[in-house]
Design a protein around this ligand. Structure first.
Ligand SMILES: *Cc1c(COP(=O)(O)O)cnc(C)c1O
Length: 382
């Protein structure tokens, strides 16, 4: 088998083997519907509840405030549309940022076409929203602030606690897309005063197709899927028991020793950033120098087309993204980099490298070696 170096952990992560083992029984012999009243169903219900407890423990909230969904995208859609529809008599104004994941961005645009008024907060050159502009954007009819915890393309982390404080003081619901943050940052929903928080299992070594939404008790939110009353009648649909079990185990494993995991990933990532800057001329690091996810490095290589570079690296067994995984097939430049006041050339010449626990120093050295050769050649032979 050829050597493969996976540097796209922001797109998805490998399923942890212990997580798979925990899921297996619920795919086969323990296949019961969690709503059934006989033993097989009771076992599934117990497994779902145990998972709910694990997620609540990781976020430091109550178990009944955790609702399982099919993915991070669904959690974001639900939080935004659910608040909008339940509170439309109170107001129709929503504040978000200009650098959100498409699941938030396009949900807001959908609402905009349906009578809601959306403010897209600008960010600075590092991708950070301004608290001052946020405060000034708040109106009497503002019902929701939705700002991501950490950006999926450039890794920039937002001042979530301060935003939560502002939202709380103004009596406005606060949702955060924490899909990139879970497993990388220690999160306490009370500390950040969030009312809703989205997460997705496949971003922290859990299975694909399962996520959750934290909803603070007392939050006025409409259900998103109507049906058989599962999840306290807030999110209908037969529970994805094996997926939920996997999510629970994965969040437990990825938050148990978050400090040392964080440190390990940060060390490798910093090694990479240092080596790229030392060995390759005319490169620029996009995003914030320090307020960034431990695994994220996003570089603009002057004069290089990002898609070309990602394709060449693929041929060498190195997996990276141009832009984010969700947008790398589109030719349009990243809305995140443009919002950070980067030129179209920068946006089309930027590559995202996202590291995980299994990446090694040898891999970093190899990747930097390949990168410098490819870039030097391409710059000489455009
Ligand atoms: C991956 C991602 C999502 C979408 O999660 P899915 O489970 O893939 O739908 C949402 N927001 C952010 C920031 C992400 O990185």
């Amino acid at each position: 088998m050829r050597k493969v170096i996976y540097l796209d952990h922001a797109a998805t992560t490998p399923l942890n083997c212990d997580v798979l083992e925990k899921m297996k029984p619920y795919l086969c012999e323990n296949f019961g519907n969690a709503s059934s009243i006989y033993q097989l169903g009771i076992e599934s219900r117990a497994a779902v509840d145990e998972s709910r407890y694990k997620v609540a423990y990781a976020l430091k909230c109550q178990a009944h405030e955790i609702f399982f969904t099919s993915c991070g995208t669904e959690s974001n859609n639900w939080a935004i549309k659910g608040i909008a529809f339940a509170n439309r008599l109170k107001g129709n104004h929503i504040i978000t940022s200009a650098i959100e994941h498409p699941a938030v961005k396009n949900s807001c645009e959908y609402l905009e076409h349906n009578g809601f008024d959306i403010t897209y907060l600008p960010v600075d050159e590092f991708g950070v929203v301004s608290l001052d502009i946020l405060k000034k954007s708040i109106r009497k009819n503002t019902i929701l602030i939705s700002i991501m915890y950490a950006n999926n393309e450039v890794g920039t982390m937002q001042p979530i606690k301060e935003i939560g404080q502002i939202a709380r003081e103004s009596n406005i619901y606060f949702h955060t897309d924490a899909v990139q943050a879970i497993g990388n940052i220690d999160i306490d929903v009370n500390d950040c005063k969030v009312d809703m928080l989205s997460l997705s299992a496949h971003k922290f070594n859990g299975p694909k197709g399962v996520g959750a939404l934290y909803i603070r008790t007392g939050t006025n939110i409409d259900p998103y899927l109507h049906g058989g009353s599962q999840e306290l009648n807030r999110r209908s649909g037969t529970e994805n028991v094996p997926g939920i079990v996997g999510l629970g185990k994965a969040i437990e494993l990825s938050t148990i020793d978050i400090e040392s995991k964080n440190k390990k990933v940060l060390t490798i990532r910093n090694l990479f950033i240092g080596a790229v800057i030392r060995n390759i001329p005319n490169v620029f690091l996009n995003g914030h120098p320090t307020l960034r996810l431990p695994g994220n490095a996003n570089f603009f290589f002057q004069g290089i087309d990002a898609k070309y570079l990602a394709t060449i690296l693929n041929d060498e067994g190195i997996y990276v993204s141009n832009g984010s995984a969700c947008s790398c097939n589109s030719k349009s430049p990243s809305h995140v980099l443009l919002a950070m006041n980067k030129t179209e050339e920068t946006a089309l010449g930027s590559v995202r490298f996202t590291f995980g626990e299994e990446n090694t120093e040898d891999e970093v050295n190899y990747v930097v070696d390949v990168l410098s050769k490819v870039i030097e050649y391409k710059r000489k032979n455009p």
